[in-house]
Design a protein around this ligand. Structure first.
Ligand code: PMV
Length: 361
C-alpha cells in the first residue's frame, strides 16, 4: 500500500452542506515515536494505549461555496474564535488536499473543545487532529457512500498522521501500532493499526493517572525535537532499540508480565528524554517535580511490591500507569504523596480506551 492509494476516485454524490461531530481521545505511547522522515513518516515504530477520558470534541459545519480557489475556514475553541489555530490547520489542509479534493469546495466552521484543561501541558494535537480528520472523512463518506468501515478508519488515521504524527494512533483502541516493523503483521508507516495479538487481562482497564506537573508552554516543540534526531549521535541505535522493544513487548503483553512491562515502559520514557538531553542543541523538558515523582514511585514500588510504573511524553507531566486490580491502594498513594508535586494539585484519572466516536451526523 502507498499514499497514492488514499487519493479517491471521482465522487459519485454531490453534497451542498452539513454538520458532523466526532469525539476523539488522546493516546500515550509505550514505545515512543521520536524522529521522523519527510511527510510525517516515523523513523521507528511505536505502540500506544488509547485513552478514554482525555478527548477533543469537534463539530465541523460545511457549506458549498462558488469559488474553489482557496481554503476557507474559521476555528473556535470553547466558542471563542482562535486565529492562532489557523496556520496549523492551513498547513494540514495543504498536506491532505490531494487526498481530499473537496477541501476548497466548502467553507468550514470548526468548533472544538477538550475535556482536559487547556494549557494543562497535555498535548491536544493527537485528539484534535484525529477528531478533525474523522469529521473530514464523514464528508468524504457523504460524497462516496461506498467506502468501507475499514477504509474509513485507515484513511482517517492516515490523514490524522499528516496533521500530527501521534494523532494517527487515536482513531481506534485499545492498543495501536504505528510504523512498519517485523513484530506486528500489517504494521505500516502510513497509519495506525490495532495491535493484533493476545493481550492479558492484567491490561484490561489499565489505569493512567496524569500528574500535571507543569502547565507552561513547552520551550521546545515536538516538531523541533523530532528534527534534532537528524544527525543525532545515538539516532541509529535508538531507532533499532524501538524495534527491539516492540518485539520484547509482545510476550509481556501476552502473559501479563507487569514487572517486565514496567521496566520496558520506564526505560522507553527515560530514553525519550535522554535523546532530548543529548541532542545538539540539547534541552530538558522534565522539571524538578517530575524527578521527585519518579523517585517516590520507585520507593513506593520497592516498599509495597505493587505494580506502579510511569511514562512521560514530550513534557514534564507524569503518566502513572497501573493495573485496575491495584487501583484503590495506588490511587490513595497518588493522592497522599504525589499530587502535592502537581501545579495547583491538578491531576486527571484516565484509563485505556477504545477510540473515537461519531456523536452526530
Ligand atoms: O505527534 P507528535 O509530533 O507531537 O510527537 C509525539 C511524540 C511523543 O509524544 C513524545 C511520543 C509518541 O510516540 O507519542
Amino acid at each position: 500500500m502507498t499514499a497514492n492509494d488514499f487519493i479517491p476516485k471521482p465522487y459519485s454524490n454531490q453534497v451542498a452542506n452539513g454538520k458532523v461531530t466526532w469525539e476523539s481521545p488522546s493516546n500515550i505511547a509505550l514505545v515512543k515515536y521520536w524522529g521522523k522522515k519527510k511527510n510525517q513518516i516515523p523513523e521507528n515504530p511505536s505502540i500506544s494505549f488509547t485513552l478514554n477520558n482525555c478527548k477533543t470534541i469537534t463539530t465541523l459545519t460545511y457549506t458549498a461555496k462558488d469559488n474553489h480557489d482557496d481554503f476557507e475556514f474559521e476555528v473556535f475553541l470553547d466558542g471563542k474564535q482562535k486565529e492562532d489555530f489557523k496556520p496549523k490547520i492551513a498547513t494540514f489542509f495543504q498536506r491532505v488536499e490531494s487526498y481530499l479534493p473537496f477541501l476548497k469546495r466548502f467553507q468550514f466552521k470548526i468548533e472544538t473543545s477538550n475535556t482536559f484543561p487547556h494549557s494543562s501541558g497535555i498535548a491536544s494535537s493527537a485528539s484534535g487532529m484525529s477528531a478533525l480528520a474523522l469529521c473530514l472523512m464523514s464528508i468524504e463518506r457523504e460524497l462516496n457512500p461506498e467506502i468501507s468501515e475499514e477504509e474509513f478508519k485507515a484513511k482517517a488515521s492516515f490523514l490524522a498522521r499528516l496533521g500530527s504524527g501521534s494523532a494517527c494512533r487515536s482513531i481506534e483502541g485499545d492498543l495501536i501500532v504505528w510504523g512498519e516493523n517485523e513484530t506486528v503483521e500489517g504494521s505500516t508507516d502510513l497509519f495506525g493499526v490495532k495491535y493484533p495479538y493476545t493481550v492479558h487481562d492484567n491490561f484490561k482497564e489499565y489505569q493512567d493517572t496524569i500528574l500535571l506537573v507543569d502547565r507552561g508552554e513547552k520551550q521546545v516543540s515536538s516538531t523541533v525535537g523530532h528534527n534534532l534526531m537528524h544527525g543525532h549521535p545515538f539516532a541509529a541505535q535508538r531507532f533499532e532499540q524501538a524495534h527491539e522493544n516492540l518485539a520484547k513487548l509482545k510476550p509481556i503483553l501476552e502473559v501479563g508480565d507487569l514487572k517486565q512491562f514496567i521496566a520496558l515502559i520506564e526505560s522507553e520514557a527515560l530514553t525519550l528524554h535522554a535523546m532530548m538531553m543529548t541532542s545538539m542543541p540539547y534541552f530538558i523538558l522534565m522539571k524538578p517535580n517530575t524527578l521527585e515523582i519518579i523517585q517516590k514511585i520507585w520507593a513506593f514500588r520497592e516498599k509495597t511490591g505493587l505494580h506502579i510504573g510511569f511514562t512521560l511524553d514530550a513534557g514534564a507531566n507524569v503518566h502513572v500507569l497501573y493495573p485496575k486490580a491495584e487501583a484503590t491502594h495506588i490511587l490513595e498513594f497518588i493522592k497522599d504523596e504525589l499530587v502535592g508535586y502537581c501545579q495547583n494539585e491538578q491531576y486527571i484519572c484516565d484509563q485505556i480506551g477504545f477510540g473515537a466516536k461519531l456523536i452526530d451526523n
